[in-house]
Write a protein that binds this ligand. Sequence first.
Ligand code: NAD
Length: 321
Amino acid sequence: MDCQPLLSIRVKAAGVLHIMTQNNTMKQIAVIGSGTMGNGIAHVFAQNGYQVALIDIQQYALDKALSVISKNLDRQINKELITKNDKNQTLDRISTHTDISVGVANADLVVEAATENLDLKISIFQQLDECTPPSCILASNTSSISITKIASATSRPTQVIGMHFMNPVPVMKLVEVIRGYVTSDQVTEQVMELTKKLHKVPVEVKDYPGFISNRILIPMINEAIISLHEGVAGVEEIDTVMKLGMAHPMGPLQLADFIGLDVCLAILKVLQDGFGQSKYTPCPLLVNMVTAGHLGVKSGQGFYSWKHQSKELVVAENFLK
Ligand SMILES: NC(=O)c1ccc[n+]([C@@H]2O[C@H](COP(=O)([O-])OP(=O)(O)OC[C@H]3O[C@@H](n4cnc5c(N)ncnc54)[C@H](O)[C@@H]3O)[C@@H](O)[C@H]2O)c1
């Protein structure tokens, strides 16, 4: 993409943004990808007073994102957490774009939340490097891809960082802040401070496969699937042990259905490749389920059936005794 027309804005913006970042008063946020995570990230920034440019390659994804944000704001109104006026102001702060170069032109911070694919993320970050003001911080919401690898595709690797929000973003408190190998102290501090301004809790971790969250969570889910595969216990029994015995709010198999079994498998492969240890080998049952398209909530079937409206959990037919 040709970003030359933006050059004067970039040069002009550089001085201004330098002062802005010194004072840690980032105002303009661009969010790339308006899917599950992108709409939640846009919602949270806009609700906390930031101007948000939400960018996707598909107009229908942007339209859907605005409708999801509107519904989620309604839910907050119903819980008396915000007023109707807060909702309107939040929506007014969000603009949508299908042209990335327009959306990011004045950004102080970009949070990339596009599809989890290394080549795609590398190409997006190369484009961001070209099209954003030089002082702009580039963050990725990736669940598993190396921040150092993404950073090395840009000319500003010290300004690239991971901001790993949790799903659903408006509800979950944690943001895992991942320092790439050369991410600067200043950029890390700015992102930690910014996260607190979103009323979230940032936790700083280093850039190794799975970071902390998925390095611990995904092997636990894999172990639950191995236990099921070996017939040690059934779906409900495994989840009940972890819920009532370990005070987890939901069992590992239900959580796997929410995350998506394809996503769980992809993260296990990152751990396996990154550490080269057999303990990360995906359970053959998980591989089979993904191959068969049983991906959890998003496909209607995983360890549980998600095709009905009932609030009760219904174990999927394949796992009924
Ligand atoms: N879903 C989760 O629970 C979760 C949790 C934490 C982190 N993540 C990470 O967040 C990121 C997004 O995940 P998601 O679940 O929101 O995915 P999603 O599939 O719901 O949304 C991805 C969006 O990216 C858009 N997109 C693809 N290529 C693009 C491009 N070149 N420019 C702009 N937009 C583009 C797609 O059109 C789609 O709307 C991934 O890196 C994922 O690993 C996901």
